[in-house]
Design a protein around this ligand. Structure first.
Ligand SMILES: Nc1nc2c(ncn2[C@@H]2O[C@H](COP(=O)(O)OP(=O)(O)OP(=O)(O)O)[C@@H](O)[C@H]2O)c(=O)[nH]1
Ligand SMILES: [Mg+2]
Length: 385
């Protein structure tokens, strides 16, 4: 039996999600209001959760209980075949009432928000701000950042801030101005530019090296070499070698600082040397130090910290902080295709102060990579892309 959970700012919106995903016959198993505390409701906005299933048939007895008492019912409900249609009708009626009540409460909150604001040229102003604020929270932008952005917006007087579209555009413009991108790797002929990719395990370092190598070699006709310092796993070396063979690139395997010096010297007349490294847990201080001594030997021109966009803001920030010791110069964000919201990326760019170089959005080599653009990133982060 599959039970899915849906969340939205209103009960109606959550119900719509249920219908859209599971169809009109979906059975609602449980509803609850999130952020019920006054403060969390004010700052996170109102939110409702519905657990539903398209497979569960609720027994009559249990259904009666649900209709009378809409408390959480867990996935232990017996999947008996007797569907109580009357229950469904009554329960939908109940939800409908709840959703209307939910809307009233949302308006009440918007009213309170408006009263708190010192700059309210029109009554709609706070509504538009409130909407923008809750949208940002839904896009996983951290609360303190969302508050700060709203405050910055409120200080602007030249814009029609009662208009939600203007508010959105203005937020995009603000983030576009704030986000720093580094542009593509510049690989001048014969300069032997060394670019290392570092990061936690499994984030896509090797795959991204292959994408970069293939693009620079096959599309830009650059002379590219590969170095791998990932000698901990035989499979890791083989993975890179497979790509090196397909793209027809020289590859060196390095396991000591001396070998590193030799490998770099050997490839120094190429245009670009891409260096793959072993995934490191940001908590493993010893391994991070090992990586640091290898990189000290290689003296890379650029060190891209590869981070999966699926990670939460806190863990991304902590990872960037730990890897800063190896001399990271930019961020490379992978698995953009797997993430559902991108507010976390704003947190890590702010905390690390590093520019963003590339985004990758799939497993296909060499296609699923692009140079990061601040405008696109701003729209992604605000959920308007
Ligand atoms: N969906 C998606 N998958 C990706 C992306 N980039 C890499 N992957 C996949 O992520 C998995 C791990 O990729 P690797 O390139 O081996 O990751 P790594 O960072 O080199 O891993 P370690 O060397 O073990 O630390 C593979 O299945 C890749 O195909 C991406 O942008 N999107
Ligand atoms: Mg790897």
């Amino acid at each position: 039996m599959e039970i899915k959970t849906f969340r939205a700012k209103t009960m109606q919106a959550a119900l719509n999600l249920v219908r859209k995903e599971l169809g009109p016959e979906a059975t609602v198993l449980h509803t609850r209001e999130l952020n019920t505390g006054m403060l969390s409701r004010l700052f996170k906005g109102q939110a409702f959760e519905i657990a539903a299933s398209s497979e569960v048939a609720v027994p009559a007895q249990m259904a009666a209980t649900v209709a009378a008492e809409p408390e959480p019912i867990t996935s232990t409900i017996a999947a008996e075949p007797s569907v109580d249609l009357d229950y469904r009708a009554r329960y939908r009626e109940h939800l409908h009432q709840q959703s209307e009540q939910g809307l009233d409460e949302l308006h009440m909150l918007a009213e309170q928000f408006r009263e708190r604001s010192h700059h309210t040229p029109t009554p709609q102003l706070a509504d538009a701000m409130f909407q923008a604020y809750t949208d940002m929270i839904e896009s996983d932008i951290e609360e303190h950042i969302a508050q700060q952005l709203i405050e910055r917006l409120q200080r602007q007087t030249t814009w029609d801030l009662a208009n939600p579209t203007v508010v959105k555009d203005e937020l995009v413009r603000m983030l576009d101005g704030e986000l720093n991108t580094s542009g593509p790797i510049e690989a001048a002929a014969g300069q032997g530019k060394v670019v290392a990719l570092v990061g936690p395990t499994g984030v896509g370092k090797t795959t991204t090296i292959a994408k970069l190598a293939a693009n620079y070699r096959l599309r830009e006709n650059k002379r590219v070499g590969l170095i791998t310092v990932d000698t901990y796993r035989i499979a890791a070396v083989e993975q890179l070698r497979t790509y090196a063979d397909i793209i027809d690139l020289p590859m060196e395997i390095v396991s000591t600082p001396r070998e590193m010096r030799e490998a770099i010297a050997c490839m120094s007349d190429l245009d670009l040397i891409l260096m793959d490294t072993a995934g490191r847990s940001p908590r493993d201080e010893v391994k991070i130090q090992e990586l640091k001594s290898m990189l000290t030997e290689a003296e890379p021109d650029e060190v891209h910290l590869v981070l999966s966009a699926v990670g939460g803001a806190r863990s991304l920030k902590a990872t960037a902080e730990r890897f800063a010791t190896v001399g990271t110069t930019s961020l490379l964000l992978t698995k953009i295709d797997e993430a559902t919201a991108y507010g976390n990326l704003l947190s890590v760019t702010r905390s690390s102060g590093l520019p963003i170089g590339y985004l990758t959005d799939g497993q296909n080599v060499p296609d699923d990579i692009r140079v990061a653009q601040s405008r696109e990133l701003a729209e992604m982060i605000l959920g308007t892309h």
